[in-house]
Design a protein around this ligand. Structure first.
Ligand code: SF4
Length: 418
């Protein structure tokens, strides 16, 4: 039992660097009470309908024949190694599931012996879970680069989601830090799985009994900040992958410095680029749900996202000709481009204005960030301002308001504490 706990500690810790399912990253420790948020192993992800599910997130093994410089499990790294047996992963999953600790499994692995040897074991685990244990919980399974088509095709019948990490946005960058890998070994399985998903979906429309194939779709992960690639180059790759492989998500993982001997990688001590990672997620969201084109947010002449403001605000500040947007006349596409107005608030505006022109006091009750949006909209009682303020003045006003809001939050929090 102790050995299993030891393996769990090693292999859950090694799995935390893969962000292709979301996890909290909390550092709060247990000082004698109940629970321990800093323990790795359980993470969370979101289902299609927005439900948050907890996952057992582990590697089958952290032994690896590859030597990717950005990875803690790389061959040359001096870390404690461990490997679960097929039976151990099944027992852990079933025991945790029965005790209600988890609602799903995220299973990845280092490559030991060969890609097929590893993929065969991953397949065996998901197959036994589904067929022998009658386990119906969520399974996110990693595709092992280089594994044979037959194994991937079979695994897709038992997994809900599959993912394979592209890691670096360019082939040249990947070759420098992960010499045994190439983009082809990622693109091939992505294309294969996408093809299978479409085929199974089409057949299911005719014959109900046809099983589902990777019903929750595919995702990939890009490491950000390991090599000097720009936000434009990263988002170009993500955009292409969304289009070519119909991915459900691209995850952006800020590089965590773990290798002080590689000349190309940022050194230990430099912090992971979390704000940049966040800006990339915001850009990704704007591309997928807000109707923005990549060229509007980033282009060859403007390759990095502004870290001081979010990408929607940054776009608005660079495009004053689109504003003010008349809240009482504009269509949904125009309204969702206003900084401070999300899709839900925009829908509420469209619905509410059927009953009459909208005034400031009504907009303030609709869940939008009115103090931000007011600089970019006109509404029934919008004040007349002689000589519109420059976009730079608006930016400073928004920034100073965000800072004072943050300061007052901290102040209120301190008052509550003491
Ligand atoms: S193949 Fe995967 S586990 Fe192995 S070193 Fe590369 S990134 Fe790490």
């Amino acid at each position: 039992m102790e050995r299993i706990e030891e393996k769990l500690a090693i292999l859950a810790d090694a799995a935390k660097y893969d962000v292709s399912c979301s996890s909290s990253g909390s550092r709060r420790r247990n000082n004698g009470g109940i629970g321990d948020a800093s323990r790795s192993g359980i993470c969370h992800t979101y289902t299609e309908d927005g439900r948050c599910v907890s996952l057992l997130k582990i590697l089958l093994t952290n032994h690896c024949i590859y030597d990717c410089a950005f990875c803690v499990s790389r061959r040359s790294n001096d870390v404690r190694r461990a490997a679960f047996t097929v039976g151990e992963v099944i027992d852990l999953t079933m025991n945790f599931y029965r005790r209600n600790y988890i609602e799903g499994l995220f299973l990845s692995s280092g490559i030991f012996k060969s890609a097929d040897f590893t993929m065969e074991r991953l397949l065996l685990i998901v197959k036994k879970l589904r067929l022998e244990e009658r386990y119906h919980g969520y399974i996110h399974l990693k595709t092992i680069p280089g594994a044979s088509e037959e194994l991937i095709k079979e695994a897709g019948l038992y997994a809900d989601r599959m993912s394979i990490n592209l890691e670096l946005p360019t082939e040249a960058g990947l070759k420098m830090v992960a010499p045994e890998k190439d983009h082809e070994s990622v693109k091939k399985p992505l294309a294969l799985i996408q093809n299978q998903i479409s085929t199974y979906k089409a057949e299911k429309k005719i014959i109900k009994q046809v099983p589902s194939f990777v019903p929750a779709g595919q995702s990939t992960q890009l490491v950000v900040g390991a090599t000097p690639k720009t936000d434009f180059e990263i988002m170009q790759v993500a955009n292409t992958f969304y289009q070519d492989y119909k991915l459900k998500r691209v995850y952006y993982s800020g590089y965590i410095p773990i290798n002080d001997s590689h000349s190309l990688l940022p050194q230990i001590g430099s912090a992971p680029p979390l704000l940049r990672e966040n800006r990339l997620y915001q850009t990704d969201w704007l591309l997928r749900f807000y109707g923005f084109k990549l060229e509007e947010l980033l282009d060859p002449a403007h390759q990095q996202l502004d870290l001081t403001v979010d990408p929607k605000l940054s776009w608005a500040l660079r495009n004053p000709q689109f504003f003010p947007v008349d809240i009482n006349r504009a269509n949904l596409k125009e309204i969702i481009r206003v900084p401070g107005i999300g899709r839900q608030s925009a829908m509420k505006i469209i619905h509410a204005r059927k009953f009459g022109r909208l005034y400031a006091y009504q907009l303030q009750k609709m869940g939008l960030a009115f103090n931000r949006a007011k600089h970019f909209i006109s509404y029934a009682d919008a004040p007349f301002i002689l000589g519109a303020p420059s976009m730079e003045t608006i930016k400073q006003a928004i920034l100073s308001e965000s800072t004072s809001k943050y300061a007052s939050k901290v102040h209120t929090h301190q008052l509550t504490l003491f």
